[in-house]
Design a protein around this ligand. Structure first.
Ligand SMILES: NC(=O)c1ccc[n+]([C@@H]2O[C@H](COP(=O)([O-])OP(=O)(O)OC[C@H]3O[C@@H](n4cnc5c(N)ncnc54)[C@H](OP(=O)(O)O)[C@@H]3O)[C@@H](O)[C@H]2O)c1
Length: 223
């Protein structure tokens, strides 16, 4: 897709990678709308994106996630892409992750991104893009990350099926599998401590990778 002039909603723009991505898209001439939970971070990223329309949501409000797509489309006069960067991890062996935490992980990492993208399907045109971020955890879930990995794998499976549904008609449906990134994400775990990891990519590198994925996609039949 051509980012310049594209109308792009970024749920999770209050996070480290989301804010960097929103700023890059704005810098490349996109008309960005930002969405997030933290009001201070949301205002900051909206200002950094030239006073972009900003919408608050919590992942537990799935109707609100869907409605955010409608509101953003109204403000921007349509949407050409939605890129979801909402997520939260948890660490520890399965017995240490109780069912409430598991529900939280599946809501934030799977159900909320699905709600945004489901609502975007009838809104985004055939040459547009729907994207969410997963990671290598989807292919091989490490010990101590069962519930986070399962939630991201659920999202990846959903994206793969919707991509098949839309293969001929668009929009493109992307599962952007980011490697470990030094965003502080692991420190914001709902429970548990992250395993020792080798140094990851920078947030800027991750944002560049997402922009590149958007730029190289978006043709119906090539999703
Ligand atoms: N960092 C990595 O190594 C890595 C690797 C692969 C994939 N990813 C994925 O990349 C995405 C961005 O992560 P990041 O590294 O930028 O981490 P981050 O800074 O912690 O960003 C997480 C985002 O998720 C939002 N979020 C969390 N819980 C929420 C809730 N209950 N309701 C609404 N929003 C909620 C946060 O919103 P608020 O800040 O407004 O609360 C924030 O915008 C995530 O989907 C993550 O799974 C990260």
């Amino acid at each position: 897709m051509n980012v310049e002039g594209a109308r792009i909603l970024v749920p999770g723009a209050t996070g480290a990678i989301g804010a960097a991505l929103a700023g890059r898209l704005h810098g490349r001439g996109a008309r960005v709308a930002v969405a997030g939970r933290d009001p201070v971070a949301l205002q900051r990223v909206a200002e950094a994106c030239g006073g972009a329309p900003a919408f608050r949501f919590d992942a537990y409000g799935l109707d609100r996630c869907a409605h955010t797509v409608t509101r953003a489309a109204e403000r921007l006069g349509g949407l050409d892409a939605v890129v979801v960067l909402v997520g939260v991890p948890a660490f520890g062996p399965a017995p240490a992750v109780d069912d409430t935490v598991a529900e939280h992980l599946f809501t934030v990492n799977a159900l909320a991104p699905m709600a945004f993208l489901r609502a975007a399907l009838p809104v985004v045109p055939p040459r547009g893009v729907l994207a969410a971020v997963t990671g290598p955890v989807v292919d091989v879930v490490p010990a101590g990350m069962a519930d986070y990995g399962a939630a991201k794998a659920a999202l990846a499976a959903w994206l793969a099926a919707v991509r098949r549904e839309r293969r001929r008609v668009g929009p493109a449906v992307l599962d952007i599998r980011l490697p470990h990134t030094e965003s502080g994400f692991a420190r914001r775990a709902v429970v548990g401590d992250p395993p020792r990891l080798p140094p990851g990519r920078t947030v800027d590198e991750a944002a560049d990778e997402i922009v590149e994925a958007l730029v190289s996609s978006g043709t119906a039949g090539h999703a």
